[in-house]
Design a protein around this ligand. Structure first.
Ligand code: GLU
Length: 349
């Protein structure tokens, strides 16, 4: 009986989680970084300013089995903000194909802040990449749907496939962004001026603000990252969230452009595709193995969560997760999920 077997599956996962040393590692990191008090909570969107700097959650989910490990406030809801961008890019690729999307947005890192207003490619007038606001607004304009409501529903359905439940929009944050998003409005009108946006600028902006205002938890984000790590299929529901051929496109822009103007340093030190958002979320994908997420609102000068960066950096170092690492983890630390293709027993020579 399917219900009984899924109960047993959940029970087995629960027991494995409870006894896993990885759970202790997440709890240890949560404990040691809780005392970090650097960074400031974003307040340029007024509704975000009320976040408690002490909120701190960590979650990791297996790519193959969806097994979840958590510490701290991993079930607390917050707005996804810029972490929506790679997922919206994925939907735009599915809706339009790679070539059509490439006419509207490039894939070059800018080295500029996320809300940079000036950098459009001189020749094509395309935004440099879908991870900066200009690129994300151009990407939002590419989503298919006959009406504004239809486009929003498709967006929420898409997030629902990654998370395993359909999320809601935080209406207060959406309204707050809408009222104060003059810079994003200016970016959109500049894009309109260059023929890179359709004339329904306000509708496009609303969809962009709604995407940023989707409510998620660190647990949800870990499952979204695990879905990307699993080739686009949600490991718990088995539902495909993104066509396999576009997964590498999404992960590539996350790798090169996901961490604002810290992306190069991040690639160098952590070496994994990632995306952060100004509400304090960070997601990181370990392809084939796991997705992880941290939520902690205080941000550094680049706009990345201070504790989020620290936890991901530490996990990458401890478990040897840098994608170009050829050395084993220093103390033989092992994730609960083996590397794809890793030998589990000695192979014959
Ligand atoms: N909605 C935010 C904005 O456009 C997203 C910023 C972010 O998370 O980087 O300003």
């Amino acid at each position: 009986m399917p219900e009984q077997s899924s109960d047993i599956g959940a029970l087995v996962r629960g027991i494995r989680t409870a006894v896993s040393p990885f759970r202790s590692v997440l709890r240890e990191l949560h404990g040691s970084y809780s005392s970090v008090s650097d960074g400031t909570v974003a307040d340029y969107i007024p509704e975000l300013a009320g976040a408690d700097p002490a909120w701190f959650g960590i979650a990791a989910a297996g790519a193959a089995d969806g097994q979840l490990f958590e510490a701290g406030h991993s079930g607390l809801e917050f707005t996804i903000q810029s972490i929506a961008k790679p997922f919206v890019f994925g939907l735009a690729l599915e809706d339009n194909g790679r070539e059509n999307v490439a006419e509207r947005v490039g894939v070059e890192p800018t080295g500029d802040a996320f809300n940079s207003i000036i950098k459009l490619d001189e020749g094509s007038h395309r935004p440099h990449n879908p991870m900066v606001n200009a690129g994300a607004i151009a990407t939002a304009a590419l989503l298919k749907g006959d009406t504004q409501v239809a486009r929003l529903n498709r967006l929420l359905d898409m997030f629902g496939r990654y998370i395993g439940r359909r999320p809601k929009v935080d209406v207060a944050v959406f309204a707050s962004e809408r009222h104060t998003g003059h810079r994003n409005r200016a970016i959109a009108h500049l894009l309109l001026n260059f023929g890179m946006l359709p004339p329904n600028v306000e509708e496009v902006l609303d969809l962009y603000f709604q995407a940023c205002s989707v409510l998620v938890t660190a647990r949800d984000l870990a499952m979204m990252a695990a879905t990307l790590a699993n080739g686009g299929v949600n490991p718990l529901t088995g539902e495909r969230a993104l066509q396999a051929r576009y997964v590498q496109d999404v992960l590539s822009v996350m790798y090169t452009c996901g961490m604002y103007d810290y992306a190069g340093q991040w690639a160098y030190e952590v070496g994994l595709p990632a995306k952060s958002g100004v509400a304090g979320g960070v997601i990181t994908v370990v392809p084939g193995r796991m997705g992880m997420a941290v939520f902690s609102p205080p941000l550094d000068s680049h706009g990345n969560s201070v504790r989020g960066v620290a936890v991901c950096r530490e996990l990458s170092r401890r478990f040897g997760l840098h994608c170009f690492s050829s050395a084993p983890a220093a103390d033989g630390a092992q994730l609960p999920w083996p590397a794809p293709g890793a030998a589990t027993s000695p192979q014959p020579a």
